[in-house]
Design a protein around this ligand. Structure first.
Ligand code: DOR
Length: 443
């Protein structure tokens, strides 16, 4: 299938350009193709922007084991609609993805069911170092330095030292200090106020664990990615480590703060917890100045019934994958950033950070994972219209301007004008771990 996309403003690595892009056999075959080039389909994209597909490096899609909350079909329908063409999924499924067999099983299941491209982290435990050393078909190792949903946790110093010393894959971590969270949990025992979630998983918990992980990464010279940074205080230890340490922020930590508990209750109960308006501001500045490189969602659905239980029975997590691109494009609309910056944070940066092969850019030879976006389209996020199996969004009722209107995966249209083609299948994402993680300097 040969597709010629004409008249779009194309977001290239060098900036925006009014040009054409030819997709052929799953690849970007040509840019600025000759006008007379023949194609099976010619798309007139006048007024639209063409961007690389979004790469979301942190999602929880719940399959296998927790499919009453989410599953590959619903989650990847949501991806297609949201302009996400590749996702990296976390290991706290049932069974946990902590063995090579569990990783292979997930990859097999995903190849059968996923409408977009996929990859899966291998989760660390205090005992599975051999699996962590042997794993290859993965972006890297996920450590829960503090526990969250599920039972994965490595907080013993000796076990952490071994993982950083003996493994070679990049490591990422959920950084909330277990001892602090446990002590605060006792202090707030009996509280049914969900706002206390941010007192239990407080600023100190995030800072202690992030510092601890960065200390490990520096001493062992081990590539490390800080997941979901939630506080201004974490920015100082994160900054200025060159290629060694990278970081990401999620839309809920950029756009929600503790003042929103009253309106949204447990819908915004997350780990790490949401913090203050000052943190929102500092995190946004950190994206703009490059201290944080990546925007990812931490899409973590639970049913509304589960969420409706009184705190602390209500589980932490919220769905976001189908609205993350629109949330950031809305910032372009508001004049807070450029579309090139959004592409950098959501497409190019995650590909560079994880050494993902042939993705994240519109360049000849790269995979034809591309998205047409309409920067002028306004629409309200509505629970009823969500594709996630959980069928709700914390942004319910919010009007956003700037939406994906068509998504291609390996050159095949998977989403167009509200319709999702369920026959499309994504492919396993490929990583070049020999590169050893690179960032800007050699991008
Ligand atoms: O709030 C969260 N929920 N944070 C996590 O890190 C995990 C996630 C989940 O899996 O529900």
């Amino acid at each position: 299938m040969k597709t010629l996309i004409k008249n779009a403003t194309v977001v290239l690595p060098t900036g925006c350009s009014q040009t054409s892009v030819l997709l052929d056999e799953g690849r970007i075959a040509d840019i600025d193709a000759a006008p007379q080039v023949s194609a099976d389909e010619t798309v007139d994209a006048t007024g639209l922007h063409l961007i690389p597909g979004v790469i979301d490096d942190q999602v929880h899609f719940r399959e296998p084991g927790l499919t009453h909350k989410e599953d590959f079909r619903h989650a990847t329908r949501a991806c297609a609609k949201g302009g996400v063409t590749t996702f990296f999924e976390m290991p706290n499924t049932q069974p946990n993805t902590i063995t090579l067999e569990a990783l292979d099983d997930k990859l097999r299941l995903a190849a059968e069911k996923c409408l977009v491209n996929f990859a899966f982290y291998i989760g660390a435990t205090p005992e599975n170092i051999d699996a962590l050393k042997a794993a290859r078909r993965t972006p890297g190792i996920k450590i829960f330095i503090g526990s969250s949903t599920g039972n994965l946790l490595v907080d013993e110093q000796e076990a952490l030292e071994r993982i950083f010393a003996e493994t070679s894959l990049p490591i990422c971590a959920h950084c909330e200090d277990e001892a602090t969270v446990r002590a605060n949990t006792e202090r707030f025992a009996g509280s049914q106020d969900v706002a206390d979630h941010s007192h239990i998983r407080d600023h100190g918990a995030a800072l202690i664990a992030t510092r601890r992980a960065i200390d490990l990464a520096k001493r062992h010279r081990h590539r490390f990615h800080v997941l979901h940074v939630s506080t201004a205080a974490e920015l100082e230890p994160i900054a200025d480590h060159g290629n060694l340490i990278t970081a990401e922020v999620c839309p809920h930590h950029l756009f929600f703060n503790v003042d929103d508990y009253q309106r949204l209750g447990s819908r915004i109960q997350m780990n790490p917890s949401i913090k203050t308006r000052q943190d929102n501001h500092a995190l946004w500045q950190a994206l703009l100045d490059g201290t944080i490189q990546v925007v990812a969602t931490d899409h973590a659905p639970h049913t509304l019934q589960e969420k409706a239980q009184p705190y602390p029975q209500s589980p932490s997590g919220l769905p976001a994958v189908e609205n993350s691109l629109a949330l950031l494009l809305n910032q372009v609309h508001l004049g807070k950033c450029s579309i090139e910056q959004v592409v950098h944070w959501m497409c190019d940066a995650p590909a560079r950070v994880w050494d993902l092969v042939n993705k994240g850019r519109i360049a000849v030879g790269y995979d034809a994972d591309v998205v047409l976006v309409d920067l002028n389209k306004s629409a309200r996020v509505l629970d009823d219209e969500q594709e996630t199996k959980a069928k709700w969004s914390p942004w319910h009722g919010t009007t956003l301007t700037g939406w994906p209107v068509r998504t291609w995966v390996h050159g095949t249209t998977v989403f167009r004008d509200g319709q999702i083609d369920e026959r499309v299948r994504g492919k396993e994402a490929i990583f070049d771990h020999q590169r050893g993680g690179y960032w800007e300097t050699n991008a």
